[in-house]
Design a protein around this ligand. Structure first.
Ligand code: AGP
Length: 616
C-alpha cells in the first residue's frame, strides 16, 4: 500500500523524489522519507518524518544535504510499528551502508529479527522492513554485488514484497525486486536517467517508456539503463512499452480535491471508455484486448465476477449485465474470500476480475487461484500494464485516466460501462441477442455521458440535501435489483469519506432485522428509481416513515408519487433499467463528498486508508 520512487541520472535526485512522493501520497500518508547517495563520497543520507510530505520537505530544507543524483523515497501506510520518525522508511542497515524501502509484509520477520539480533545486528525501528536492510548488508559483506545481495536476502523472506534498495558500495545504482503480488515495480526509461516506482502515476511526468516487473524478477538501474534477472539469478528479458496516458490528467487543476475533479470528469471518462470500446454507426464492439479468451465466451457455462470494495460493487452490477443481456449464469465473490475457499470451478467458468489499479493483492491472488483451476480470465482495469492485465487472458480497458482520490468514482462508472460492453460481446458471441437489441443497448450506453453530465449540473442541489447528514451518526442505504450494489457503494462512499456509519442493505432484508434501528435519528437513503421494483420500495419507504424514520429517496425524474412520499428526493433521469446504476451513483458520490466536506474530513486522504491495497 506504500508508495515507492527511486531515481538515478543527470538531475538532482531530491526534487525528483519529492515530486514523485507527492504523486504517490494516495498510496499511504502516515510518514515519508528519502535517502540519497552522495556522488562523490558514495555516502548515504536518510531524512524521514512522521506525517505528510510537507513535514519531510521542511526537514530537508532545514538540513544542508549535498547534491546527489541517486536516491529513493517512500510514503508509508503503517503495517508493523506505529507511524513515527523511526518507523518511517527508508530503513538502513546497522552500518548504514544499505537503505531499503518496501511495500508488503515480511511474514517471518519475528524469526529473522531474532536471528539477526543474535548475530549482532542492532535494530532502529519496529518494522519488518528493516530486516531486509540487515540481510542485504550481510550479503554485501560476503562480497556479493547489490543485485546478488538483494536476491539472496529475498530468498529468506516469506510473504509478498516489493523492495527497492541503495548501497554505498554501488554509487549510481538502484535495485528492486518484486516478490509476489504485494505491489508492483515499474521501471521508467528517461534520457540519461532511470526511475523505479510502485506506480505508473509517479513515472508519467518523466517518461512514457516503462517496463513492469513480474513476480520474482529483480531489476538493476543505472543512468544508462536497466538489466533484469530472475529469482534464481538468470538474466531476464523485459521489454519496455509506451504508455499513452496523459500525466496532466492527474493534476488537481482548479478543483479543491482530486475526488471532486474525478466526480466531475465522469462524463468525459465515460465517453472515452465507451468510445474506446464501441461505435454506434455501425453498432459494433471493439474489445481488442480479449486475445485468446474470446472463443471461451461461447464455451463457458457461467461467469464469476470478483473484486474488492468499489470494484466488487461494480462486479455486482456486472452480474446483472451477464444474466440479463447474455443470459449466462453469473455469480460474484469477494476476492479475499474466494482465494481461500478452494473454490469449485474449472474451464467452464469465465472469471472476470474488476480492479481499477490492477494491483489489489486479493484480486491478484484470486486470479492466481482461478488460473490454477484452469478458468479463462478477463480483467476490467484502468491501469495499462498492471499486474491484473498481465495475469488475465484478456483485458477490457477503461479509459478514465489516472484516479488519485482514494475514494473511487470515475473508475466505478467506467467499469460499469466496460462490464456492459463485455456482457454485450458475450451475448453476441453466444447468439443470445438480436441486432436490434444489440444496437439499442449500445445507444443506451452511448447516451450515458450526457445523462451523467446532467446529474452533475445538479451538484449544488445534491450538496444542499447533504446538509441533513452533517450531524447524523448513522445512515441506512436501501436498494433492490441492480440498485442494491449502488446502495452498497453509496454507503461505502459515505463511511470512507465522512466517517458516518452507513449500512447498505437489500430493501427486502429490512424487515429481517435492520428496521429495528429505525427512529427519528436514523435516516434512510432509498434507491427508488423506476426499475427498482417500485411498488416494493414504496412499501419499504412507508414502513420506515411509519416508524418516524426520515427518507431521502433517489427517484426517477417526474415520479411525483415518490417525491411526495419521501421527506426529500433527488432525481435521476429516466434511462434503461440496466443503466440506471451509472446514473444513480452520481448523487450518492456527491452526497458523500458534501457530507465529508461539511464535517471537515480530509477528502482525498481519508484516515487509515490508501488507494491501492497491496497487503492483507
Ligand atoms: C473505494 O472508494 C476504495 N478506493 C476501495 O474500496 C477500492 O475500490 C478497492 O480497494 C479496490 O481497488 P481496485 O479497484 O484498485 O482493485
Amino acid at each position: 500500500m506504500c508508495g515507492i520512487i527511486a531515481y538515478t541520472g543527470s538531475r538532482e535526485a531530491v526534487p525528483v523524489l519529492l515530486a514523485g512522493l507527492r504523486d504517490l501520497e494516495y498510496r499511504g500518508y502516515d510518514s515519508t522519507g528519502v535517502a540519497i547517495l552522495d556522488d562523490a563520497g558514495g555516502e548515504l543520507t536518510v531524512v524521514k518524518r512522521r506525517g505528510k510530505i510537507s513535514e519531510l520537505d521542511a526537514a530537508i530544507s532545514s538540513q544542508s544535504i549535498s547534491s546527489a543524483h541517486t536516491g529513493l523515497g517512500h510514503t508509508r501506510w503503517a503495517t508493523h510499528g506505529v507511524p513515527s520518525d523511526e518507523n518511517a522508511h527508508p530503513h538502513a542497515s546497522c552500518g548504514g551502508e544499505v537503505v531499503v524501502v518496501h511495500n508488503g509484509i515480511v511474514e517471518n520477520y519475528g524469526e529473522l529479527r531474532k536471528e539477526l539480533t543474535d548475530r549482532g545486528h542492532i535494530f532502529g525501528s519496529e518494522t519488518d522492513t528493516e530486516t531486509i536492510a540487515h540481510l542485504i548488508e550481510e550479503n554485501l559483506k560476503l562480497g556479493h554485488d547489490l543485485v546478488t545481495s538483494l536476491r539472496e536476502a529475498s530468498g529468506q523472506l516469506v510473504g509478498s514484497q516489493a523492495i527497492v534498495a541503495l548501497s554505498e558500495a554501488e554509487p549510481g545504482v538502484v535495485v528492486g525486486a518484486r516478490l509476489g503480488n504485494a505491489g508492483g515495480i515499474v521501471v521508467g526509461y528517461g534520457e540519461g536517467e532511470m526511475l523505479l516506482s510502485s506506480d505508473l502515476a509517479a513515472l508519467l511526468p518523466h517518461t512514457s517508456k516503462v517496463a513492469f516487473l513480474d513476480d520474482g524478477q529483480i531489476v538493476r538501474i543505472s543512468a544508462n539503463g536497466a538489466t533484469f534477472a530472475t529469482r534464481d539469478g538468470r538474466p531476464a528479458k523485459v521489454n519496455p512499452s509506451t504508455i499513452l496516458l496523459d500525466a496532466t490528467t492527474a493534476d488537481k487543476g482548479t478543483y479543491e480535491t482530486y475526488m471532486l475533479k474525478e466526480i466531475m470528469e465522469q462524463p468525459v471518462a465515460l465517453a472515452d471508455t465507451i468510445g474506446g470500446l464501441m461505435t454506434v454507426e455501425p453498432a459494433r464492439l471493439y474489445l481488442d484486448d480479449l486475445g485468446d479468451v474470446r472463443p471461451w465466451l461461447e464455451r463457458v457455462e457461467r461467469v464469476l465476477l470478483v473484486g474488492m470494495g468499489t470494484s466488487l460493487h461494480a462486479a455486482m452490477v456486472g452480474r446483472w449485465y451477464f444474466e440479463q443481456i447474455a443470459r449466462l449464469p453469473a455469480d460474484i465473490d469477494n476476492a479475499s474470500e474466494f482465494r481461500y475457499r478452494e473454490p469449485v470451478l474449472g474451464p467452464e467458468t469465465l472469471v472476470v476480475s474488476v480492479s481499477q489499479s490492477g494491483e489489489t493483492v486479493d484480486v491478484l491472488e484470486a486470479m492466481n487461484v482461478a488460473r490454477a483451476c484452469g478458468s479463462p480470465q478477463i480483467t476490467i482495469c484502468n491501469t495499462p500494464g498492471s499486474q491484473s492485465t498481465r495475469l488475465a487472458d484478456g483485458t477490457v480497458h477503461t479509459y478514465a485516466g489516472l484516479e488519485r482520490g482514494v475514494a473511487s468514482t470515475k473508475t466505478f462508472t467506467t467499469s460499469l460501462a466496460a462490464l456492459f460492453a463485455l456482457a454485450l460481446e458475450t451475448a453476441q458471441v453466444r447468439g443470445r441477442i438480436s441486432e436490434q437489441e444489440f444496437a439499442s443497448h449500445i445507444q443506451g450506453l452511448v447516451a450515458m455521458p450526457e445523462i451523467v453530465g446532467r446529474q452533475l449540473d445538479a451538484f449544488d442541489v445534491v450538496a444542499k440535501a447533504a446538509e441533513r447528514f452533517s450531524t447524523t451518526e448513522h445512515i441506512l442505504f436501501l436498494g433492490r435489483g441492480p440498485a442494491l450494489p449502488i446502495a452498497l457503494e453509496g454507503a461505502l462512499k459515505m463511511k470512507e469519506l465522512s466517517y458516518v456509519h452507513a449500512e447498505g442493505y437489500a430493501a427486502g432484508e429490512m424487515k429481517h432485522g435492520p428496521i429495528a434501528l429505525i427512529d427519528q435519528n436514523f435516516p434512510t437513503i432509498a434507491l427508488a428509481g423506476q426499475h427498482a421494483l417500485r411498488s416494493k420500495i414504496i412499501s419499504n419507504i412507508e414502513q420506515i416513515r411509519a416508524r418516524k424514520g426520515e427518507v431521502l429517496a433517489i427517484v426517477t425524474e417526474g415520479d411525483e408519487e415518490l417525491i411526495a412520499l419521501a421527506d426529500a428526493a433527488l432525481t435521476v433521469p429516466s434511462v434503461p433499467a440496466l443503466l440506471e446504476p451509472v446514473a444513480a451513483i452520481v448523487p450518492l458520490q456527491i452526497l458523500a463528498y458534501a457530507t465529508a466536506k461539511t464535517r471537515g474530513c480530509n477528502i482525498d486522504q481519508p484516515r487509515n486508508l490508501a488507494k491501492t491495497v497491496t497487503v492483507e
